[in-house]
Design a protein around this ligand. Structure first.
Ligand SMILES: [Zn+2]
Length: 90
């Protein structure tokens, strides 16, 4: 079973359609069982399409950039917070 952190690390390639099928399957499997990850991706309307074995979504560049930023944020969160960010706490 893939962890949320592993998913976050692979998510970029997944969304680019560059991930080998076995990894895509792992991600889809994880997404069926993991609420936080589902909520994260569903807010971008990508989960369902990607996991139905359809061709990769043609995403507008703007949306893709937003998604990439969100993926980074998600990855940081799943990596255990921002303790290494060096930013002062709010
Ligand atoms: Zn998860």
């Amino acid at each position: 079973m893939m962890t949320c952190k592993e998913l976050a690390e692979l998510l970029q390639d997944f969304l680019d359609g560059e991930l080998p099928k076995e990894y895509s399957d792992l991600i889809c499997h994880h997404l069926r069982e993991c609420g936080p990850c589902i909520n994260f991706l569903e807010s971008y309307k990508v989960t369902v399409t990607m996991c139905r074995k359809l061709p990769p979504l043609e995403m507008p560049v703007e949306m893709k950039e937003r998604l990439q930023a969100a993926v980074r944020e998600f990855e940081e969160k799943m990596s255990g917070g921002s303790k290494n960010s060096g930013e002062p706490g709010a």
